[in-house]
Design a protein around this ligand. Structure first.
Ligand SMILES: Nc1ncnc2c1ncn2[C@@H]1O[C@H](COP(=O)(O)OP(=O)(O)OP(=O)(O)O)[C@@H](O)[C@H]1O
Ligand SMILES: [Mg+2]
Length: 288
């Protein structure tokens, strides 16, 4: 079966800012994601996660490499409305702060109607109404939420609306960039459960960007660890978290304070990691 998403050799360097050096934010990144699969993109702040996510959905143009969705190479600069809409149906993105992507003047219902009219103009008003209800049900938004505007919703509800808007176009790939990071732990857990359910039911493939390995473990079956624009480890979620091969992954795991967190182990790992660089990527052949 064709993979839903194939990323190959994606590379991007930002030009030097005043007095600085150019920043290599992504270096030859590659992975494959089957239909309904889910990949976690992890790494510390500034390692290039958002840059890679933006290239996957087409919000940033790479210097080199390709993104193929459902067997079609993605066009970096689609010409015309039809091509742009078709491209939007391939991949959608949900951001950390849904305020930025939600129109403050529109009720939830009208925001969804807007997307459906643009992407499925053939639907009758009754069919649009049914689809809106199905989307609200799918993301667990009931009651009067449909008539609410973004400022009347909680952070978790806003993120559900952002997910519903993204799902309204039936995307092949859904990219979530720190989409649950700003939510408190119990709401986070609800959204993660929701994402797993959506993945099972709709077969959408997820790219889940986070700096939080515990969160990533909940919703992914593979993990790609980035460090300074490079893929330093890539494997199944279980393998990477249970037996990390690369010192940087271990460092990342030990840096997150938890019940068995040992600060002295972090310093040890930092030393090991510093001593092993530069080192080639610890790619696991099973998933790459
Ligand atoms: N538009 C830009 N112009 C120049 N440099 C940029 C631009 N966007 C990002 N960078 C730089 O590229 C590197 C990677 O940034 P990116 O936002 O992809 O990292 P990230 O892993 O998403 O970080 P965070 O976890 O903080 O969101 C950083 O050094 C950043 O400063
Ligand atoms: Mg980011």
């Amino acid at each position: 079966m064709t993979d839903a998403l194939v990323v190959s050799g994606l590379t991007k360097t930002y030009p030097a800012r005043r007095g600085g050096m150019p920043v290599a934010a992504a270096k030859q990144i590659g992975f494959r994601l089957p239909k309904g699969g889910s990949l976690g993109l992890v790494g510390e702040s500034g390692c290039g996660k958002t840059t890679l996510a933006r290239m996957i959905v087409g919000l940033a143009v790479p210097d080199a490499g390709t993104v193929t969705i459902d067997g079609r190479d993605r066009q970096w600069r689609p010409r015309g409305r039809k091509a742009r809409l078709a491209r939007a149906r391939e991949a959608q993105m949900v951001f950390q702060d849904p305020y930025g992507s939600l129109d403050r003047r529109l009720t939830v219902e009208n925001a969804l109607r807007d997307v459906l009219r643009r992407h499925q103009p053939h639907l009758t008003p009754a069919a649009v109404g049914e689809r809106i209800q199905a989307l609200l049900d799918r993301v667990g938004l009931g009651g009067s939420t449909a008539e609410s505007r973004p400022h009347q919703l909680s952070g978790g509800q806003r993120q559900r609306v952002a997910i519903a808007k993204a799902l309204a176009v039936d995307p092949t790939v859904l990219v979530l960039d720190e989409a649950v990071s700003a939510l408190d732990v119990s709401v986070q857990a609800q959204i993660l459960a929701l994402l797993n359910e959506i993945r099972r039911e709709s077969g959408v493939s997820l790219v889940f960007v986070s700096h939080d390995l515990a969160v990533v473990a909940e919703v992914t079956d593979q993990i790609l660890v980035m460090h300074e624009g490079e893929s330093v480890e890539h494997g199944s979620t279980g393998d990477v978290l249970c037996s990390p091969r690369h010192p940087y992954t271990e460092l990342l795991m030990s840096s997150a304070p938890g019940p068995d967190w040992q600060p002295e182990r972090v310093s040890e790992l930092r030393a090991v990691f510093a001593a092993t660089r530069p080192q080639s990527a610890g790619q696991r052949s099973s998933v790459s």
